[in-house]
Ligand binder design. Structure first.
Ligand code: ADP
Ligand code: MG
Length: 541
């Protein structure tokens, strides 16, 4: 594979290849998992695109073929998938789109060697794992719907070439010219063991050529359709890692079959840790929609955005196999599935909340996401407020709104909260002094979304939520009046302060909110909360 146009890898890819090849060496076999997953993804993609473009139709018996050739020291992984055009070859296999190499390197350094292989999938850099076992890789690909084929060719050392090629049918061949020390991956039995371990659940048939024959290597059963008793914990975890691109163990696994007005099976997972760069991902749920076991799309928003950390599969009998994107948007079936699935996840959270310590771990990871729902989902707002956990000026650990209400002082009408950026310094804020002195509890809110949801929620158990910075009047109900001497002193001090500060403040007032600080900035009675003002200022509003 010489000749053709030479292209340099983006600088990032060059460094990344180095990282992948060296950091993951002890788990080299995962190169096959990544290449088979890509082949299956490409086949899924073609199937879905064919619904609206007949030119892409999948051939009968589409599958993924693995062919070792010991004499030529060559391993080929072929699929009947969507294929890649010349541009797509250069873009998908020559640049890194989603995340930077630096972030990947930093994550690698943080993880033990046996945890690292999961990072590859999480960062969308799986293809490059091929260079752990191959000294040279050729990719021959023909885009479905086109007659042209192209060959991408590289030794993974800085550049790749693109040259015209031929391929009888659309699809892709990944051809690995194996390194001297990678002989084991040319043995059919070894390849079969790897497929069973990593790719058993892939829905397309995977075959391995041995003695001139293609032998089925995967069970290909839809794990979620099996009775729970026939599924092992390891299979569930492996499946979770496959669909989520995470590499931890799920905190919760929900597996159920709904029958009646609507028929579906769901296998859903709540991750045990917060995935890297979670906040920067798309805000839509990526739970996969299948119809009668066939993958349709991960773009159907099967759960609301505030449950987007939930991973897994929903498989229904109530949609036609040839459902198109347009139909997905219009059908009431999805609406009903969405509601049922959302309620089921909320029930699970309610149950799991009884285990205080375990739930605290969940809340640490995903609480800020759930709170988005209090802000922007009127239907579930009250439910979510009940599931939320908070730091408080008087309690250790997490507390709930219900517990706060139960602890309210005689005569206290509102639930008080203070927002700020820093969980370490907020408990010492001067804003709290008057409340502390009177033994009034204040919730301490430090997530960005906390500046928004309390206003939307309005009340909890008919108690209004009120920001500390707008509550001086309330506080005065709980206090002794000033002495005559103190009043006289203030009468001269306040006008002098107002004079000195001028337009920087709208008013200078005496207050008994403070105990050990001399002055505090307060929001004017009706204006936006202080923390919200800071946010608005930062975003230039
Ligand atoms: P990811 O699969 O997470 O996107 P990879 O590094 O594994 O990252 O693959 C990069 C991209 O290359 C894929 O997103 C896909 O567009 C393309 N690709 C890889 N293998 C194939 C294949 N067999 N058929 C078609 N496209 C492929
Ligand atoms: Mg991949």
């Amino acid at each position: 594979a010489t000749g053709g146009e030479e292209h340099a890898f983006s600088a990032e890819v060059g460094r990344l290849l180095d990282l992948v090849v060296h950091a993951l060496y002890s788990e080299r076999e995962i190169f096959l998992r990544e290449l088979v997953a890509n082949a299956a993804d490409a086949t899924d993609r073609r199937r879905f695109e064919a619904l609206t473009d007949a030119a892409q139709a999948l051939p009968e018996g589409a599958k993924v073929r693995i062919e070792p050739d010991k004499d030529a020291r060559r391993l080929t992984i072929s699929d009947d998938g969507a294929g890649m055009s010349k541009d797509e070859l250069a873009r998908n296999l020559g640049t890194i789109a989603r995340s930077g190499t630096r972030a990947f390197g930093e994550e690698l350094a943080k993880h033990k060697p046996d945890e690292r292989s999961g990072l590859i999938g999480q960062f969308g850099v799986g293809f490059y794992a091929a260079f752990m076992v191959a000294e040279h890789v050729d990719v021959v690909s023909r885009r479905a719907g086109s007659d042209e084929a192209w060959r991408w060719s590289s030794d993974g050392k800085g550049s790749f070439t693109l040259s015209p090629a031929t391929r009888e049918q659309p699809g892709t061949d990944i051809i690995l010219y194996m390194k001297e020390d990678a002989d084991e991956f040319l043995d059919a039995w070894r390849l079969e063991a790897i497929v069973r371990k990593w790719a058993d659940h892939i829905a397309w048939p995977i075959t391995i050529r041995s003695d001139g024959e293609d032998k089925a290597a995967n069970a290909g059963t839809a794990l979620w359709r099996k009775p729970r008793s026939e599924v092992t914990e390891e299979q569930l975890t492996e499946f979770y890692r496959h669909v989520s691109h995470n590499f931890d163990t799920p905190w919760a696994t929900l597996h159920w079959h709904a029958e009646g007005t609507i028929d579906f099976t769901a296998l859903l997972f709540i991750p045990g840790s917060r995935p890297f760069e979670f906040g920067e991902q798309v805000r839509e749920s990526r739970v996969r929609l299948h119809v009668r076991r066939m993958f349709i799309t991960d773009d159907a928003a099967l759960l609301p955005p505030w449950l987007r950390f939930v991973q897994g599969v929903v498989d229904t009998e109530d949609l036609p196999l040839n459902v198109s994107r347009e139909m997905l948007q219009a059908t009431p079936v999805l609406q009903r599935i969405r509601k049922a699935v959302t309620n089921r996840v909320l029930n699970e959270l309610r149950t799991r909340a009884k285990d205080v310590e375990s739930y605290a771990g969940f809340w640490d990871n995903f609480g800020p996401v759930v709170k988005e729902g209090i802000w922007d989902d009127a239907e579930y707002r009250t439910d979510l407020a009940g599931l939320a956990r908070f730091r408080s000026s008087t309690e250790e650990g997490w507390t709930t709104l219900a517990d706060y209400v139960a602890r309210m002082k005689d005569g206290q009408e509102a639930i008080y909260y203070l927002t700020g950026d820093n969980p370490d310094t907020l408990p010492a804020s001067a804003q709290l002094e008057g409340f502390k002195a009177r033994g009034i509890e204040v919730l301490l809110l430090t997530d960005p979304v906390d500046s928004f949801w309390p206003d939307r929620l309005g009340t909890f158990e008919s108690k209004p939520l009120r920001s500390v910075s707008q509550s001086h009047a309330d506080l005065e109900k709980f206090e002794a009046p000033l002495s005559e001497g103190e009043k006289a002193e203030l009468d001269t001090l306040l006008p002098a302060l107002k004079d000195a500060l001028g337009d920087a403040v709208s008013e200078v007032r005496g207050s008994t909110r403070l105990v050990s600080s001399a002055v505090v900035l307060a929001a004017a009675g009706q204006g936006p909360d202080l923390q919200l003002q800071r946010l608005l200022r930062r975003s230039g509003q």
